[in-house]
Structures are given as structure tokens and as C-alpha cells.
Design a protein around this ligand. Structure first.
Ligand SMILES: Nc1ncnc2c1ncn2[C@@H]1O[C@H](COP(=O)(O)OP(=O)(O)O)[C@@H](O)[C@H]1O
Ligand SMILES: [Mg+2]
Length: 276
């Protein structure tokens, strides 16, 4: 993975990146883009690209597949905020206050209720707590006239309670803040209800076209494949995940001769030249 990361090259997706730039510049009615598509189509890569194009001080990337509970998402956002020098005092004080009151509430409810009431009260309590935590956090993230960019990947990996919370609570709360831009990716993405539908644009990510495959081969410097873009595109149906696996296995025939022929790096592509 480390080797791949250093080789990471994002190609194409011009339309999606342009739409994202408009959202972030608030040059459109839209405040959020949801990217939908099958495994390997390039959703995570696109989100990473959007994330990396932003300057620090308010850009967030959460892989929802790694988040066990709703509160973990808020904690992760808070952690990334602090790392970027965005302080989260309201969030921290809300957490402290809730932690102090939790035991008291629980003892109080248990003292006068049946088991089912304890469970219900605890659940209601949790959702109220989550609401106050996310209110506090959002206040902190936008303070100082910041315009945070929030990328959430792996929506399909969320269990039902997390999906419901994202669709009904967190995403509407984010969109209620006019300076927040939101990007969500998943095999499925949330469908928000009125009035938020109008600020969200859902884009199905298509396979790459032949030109994108050509660009990819060229950025990798694989001259032996420069006439193979159409064949590679066809064999792998334009699916970046499949093309990536194919390219990862590719070795240029002349790779070790390039270094010894610095004056003529391009003509080094003749695999027989080294044998004289
Ligand atoms: N636009 C792109 N340019 C270059 N490589 C890409 C692009 N999109 C996807 N890939 C590569 O394809 C693989 C699968 O993409 P990924 O973003 O993980 O798909 P998804 O999240 O939709 O399952 C990754 O290894 C990534 O490096
Ligand atoms: Mg992914």
C-alpha cells in the first residue's frame, strides 16, 4: 500500500472536480455532492483528490467504514480540527458535561423504572447527547468565518442506525450551515428529505473513458503501453480499480536501462537497445 500511495496519480474526473470546485467556492446553489457507484469505480480516489486540493484549516475526511458509532464520527472530526489548528472548546466542554451527568441520570432512571424504560430513556438520552455534541462541534468548525470542506467516504458500510443518523441528523445539520461544503461517497448514498434535496446533487461515477486511460498510462510513463489504451480500456470496461491492478503488475521492459541512458530517456523505450 505504501508503494502504491507514493505512485498515486489521479486522472480525469474533470466534470466531478469542476462541480466540487463550484460547491466549495459557493458559486452554485448546491452545497453537497454525493458520489455513487460500484466498488472500484473510483469514489474514494475522487474524494481524496477533492480533500487534497484544499488548503488546511478546515478540511475533513472520514472513512465511515471505520466508525463503529455515531459519536466516533464527531470525535474524528474534532480530532482532525485540532490537528489543523481549529480549536473545539464547545465540543470539549459539552463532552465533559455529558460525561459528568451520565452516571447521575442513569442511576436516577434506574431507581424509578422498569428495564424497558431504562433502555428507552438511555436511547433517547443518547440521541439528545449526540445532538448537543454535534451542535457544539459544528459551531466550533465554522467559527472564525471558516468554510469547512467535509468528505465522508464509505456510506454503504454504515449500519442502519448510523445511516439514519447521517441522513436525518448530521447531514441536514451540516447543510443548515451555509458555509459548509459536503462530499459523500458510497455504493449507495443517502437520500435526504425536503428541504435538503435541492442543495444536494447526486452524481453516478461512470467508468473512465479511453482518453483517461491514455492519460493514466502517460502519467505513469509507461511508453510500452502508449498504444494500448483502447485495448486496456476495453478489457477492463474502464473500471479504474481493474485498470489499477493491471497497471500495478506492469513492468516496463527497458526500466533498468533508463538510468544508464540519461541523455536519451525517451529512446530508451526500445527493449533491444541495451543488448547493442
Ligand atoms: N481517477 C483515477 N485516477 C487514477 N486511479 C484511480 C482513479 N480512480 C480510481 N483509481 C484507482 O482505482 C482503484 C479503485 O478506486 P477506489 O477509489 O478505491 O474505488 P471505490 O472507492 O469506488 O471502490 C484505486 O486503487 C485507485 O488508485
Ligand atoms: Mg472506496
Amino acid at each position: 500500500m505504501a508503494g502504491e500511495a507514493s505512485q498515486r496519480r489521479h486522472v480525469d474526473r474533470a466534470e466531478q472536480l469542476e462541480s466540487a470546485a463550484l460547491v466549495i467556492a459557493r458559486d452554485t446553489e448546491r452545497q453537497a455532492l454525493f458520489f455513487e457507484g460500484p466498488e472500484g469505480i473510483g469514489k474514494s480516489s475522487l474524494l481524496v483528490e477533492i480533500y487534497e486540493r484544499q488548503a488546511a484549516e478546515g478540511v475533513y475526511f472520514v472513512d465511515l467504514a471505520r466508525m463503529a458509532a455515531q459519536a466516533d464520527v464527531l470525535n474524528e472530526l474534532a480530532r482532525q480540527a485540532r490537528r489543523q489548528g481549529v480549536q473545539v472548546p464547545s465540543y470539549q466542554s459539552t463532552r465533559t458535561r455529558l460525561a459528568e451527568s451520565a452516571q447521575v441520570t442513569f442511576d436516577h432512571v434506574r431507581a424509578r423504572s422498569t428495564t424497558i424504560n431504562v433502555v428507552l430513556a438511555a436511547a433517547a438520552d443518547r440521541s439528545i447527547q449526540l445532538a448537543s455534541l454535534s451542535d457544539a462541534l459544528l459551531d466550533n468548525l465554522v467559527s472564525g468565518a471558516r468554510s469547512p470542506v467535509i468528505c465522508l467516504d464509505g456510506f454503504e458500510a454504515c449500519a442502519a442506525p448510523m445511516r439514519d443518523w447521517l441522513g436525518r441528523d448530521l447531514l441536514p445539520d451540516l447543510l443548515a450551515q451555509p458555509h459548509v461544503s459536503v462530499f459523500v461517497a458510497g455504493r449507495q448514498v443517502p437520500r435526504l428529505s425536503h428541504p435538503h434535496v435541492s442543495s444536494v446533487h447526486t452524481m453516478a461515477l461512470p467508468p473512465l473513458d479511453v482518453n483517461a486511460v491514455q492519460e493514466w498510462i502517460e502519467t505513469l510513463g509507461f511508453s510500452s503501453l502508449k498504444d494500448e489504451a483502447a485495448a486496456i480500456h476495453e478489457t477492463h470496461g474502464g473500471i479504474p480499480g481493474l485498470i489499477d491492478s493491471f497497471l500495478a503488475l506492469h513492468l516496463e521492459p527497458h526500466q533498468h536501462t533508463l538510468r544508464s541512458d540519461p541523455e536519451n530517456p525517451d529512446t530508451g523505450s526500445d527493449p533491444h537497445s541495451r543488448d547493442g
